[in-house]
Write a protein of this length. Structure first.
Length: 248
C-alpha cells in the first residue's frame, strides 16, 4: 500500500506537481497544425531547466525523452518524434512528469488540434470526466475499486471503452509506487485509502475497442482497430473528506 506522506513530503510533492501542471499547460498551448511532438519535447526540457527540475521519464531505463506524446490511435508511451507533425482534427495526449528535490510528479492531458469531429469531442469530454469522477472518490475510507468503478462506468455508459492494460499508481520518491489503481473494477473492493496518500489517477478511454498493439519501437502502444483514444491523469492527495488535486 502507498506510504502515507508527511508534511515535508506533501510540500515537495505539491511543488513538483504544480511545476508539471504548468509545463503541460504550456505545451498544450503549442499544440497546433504544423507543430511536432519533437518541438514539444524540446520545450518541455527547456521549461524543466527553467523550473530547476529534471524530466521524470528520462529516469525510466531505456527512455531518453522528457515526454510521451501519443496522437489519435496511439494510446500511451509514444515517442515524441520530430516526424510526428500535428494536423487538423488530431487528438494529442501529452504525458509528462518531473523530479523536483527528489520528489516525482506525473500528469497527462489530451488536447485537440483545430476542429475535431463530434464523436471525438464527446470522447474528449468523457475521458476527462472519467478521471475527474474517480478523483472525487479519493477520500479516506473509500476503496481503490470505488475509483476504478467511477472511471469504467463513466466511459462505458457513454458508449466508449476503457484500456485495462495500464493502471494509475502511487507516487512519491519513486515515479511508480503502490497502490495500483485500475481503470476498471467494482465499487467497494480493493485496498482502503488513507488520508495523505498521494496517487496518480489515470484513464485511457477508447472510441472503439480497447485492444492494443505495440509498435516496433518498443514503446508506442496503439488501438488495434485504429479507433482514437484519449488519456487524462491527475495527481491527488487523498483527503479526510475531500480530495486535493495537486496537478493544478
Amino acid at each position: 500500500m502507498a506510504q502515507v506522506k508527511n508534511e515535508f513530503d506533501l510540500k515537495n510533492l505539491r511543488h513538483s506537481a504544480h511545476i508539471t501542471a504548468q509545463i503541460v499547460a504550456a505545451l498544450g498551448r503549442e499544440v497546433r497544425v504544423g507543430a511536432s511532438a519533437g518541438d514539444l519535447d524540446r520545450l518541455a526540457q527547456k521549461l524543466c531547466r527553467a523550473h530547476g527540475a529534471t524530466p521524470a521519464f528520462m529516469e525510466v531505463p531505456g527512455y531518453s525523452y522528457a515526454t510521451c506524446i501519443s496522437v489519435n490511435d496511439e494510446v500511451v508511451h509514444s515517442i515524441p518524434y520530430d516526424s510526428k507533425v500535428f494536423g487538423e482534427g488530431d487528438l494529442v495526449k501529452i504525458d509528462f512528469g518531473v523530479k523536483y528535490n527528489g520528489y516525482f510528479s506525473d500528469h497527462c492531458r489530451t488536447f485537440s488540434v483545430g476542429k475535431i469531429s463530434p464523436i471525438h469531442e464527446r470522447l474528449l469530454q468523457i475521458g476527462e470526466a472519467a478521471t475527474a469522477n474517480a478523483v472525487q472518490q479519493a477520500v479516506e475510507g473509500n476503496r481503490i475499486g470505488d475509483l476504478s468503478f467511477a472511471m469504467q462506468a463513466t466511459a462505458e455508459e457513454a458508449g466508449f471503452s476503457v484500456v485495462t492494460n495500464y493502471v494509475g499508481h502511487g507516487i512519491g520518491k519513486k515515479l511508480h509506487e503502490m497502490p495500483e489503481i485500475p481503470a476498471v473494477g467494482r465499487a467497494g473492493t480493493g485496498a482502503v485509502l488513507k488520508e495523505n496518500m498521494v496517487i496518480c489517477v489515470e484513464c485511457q478511454v477508447c472510441e472503439k475497442s480497447p485492444q492494443l498493439i505495440h509498435d516496433r519501437d518498443g514503446w508506442t502502444t496503439r488501438t488495434k482497430d485504429g479507433g482514437f483514444a484519449v488519456m487524462f491523469e491527475s495527481m491527488v492527495r487523498v483527503g479526510k473528506k475531500t480530495p486535493e488535486v495537486l496537478s493544478v
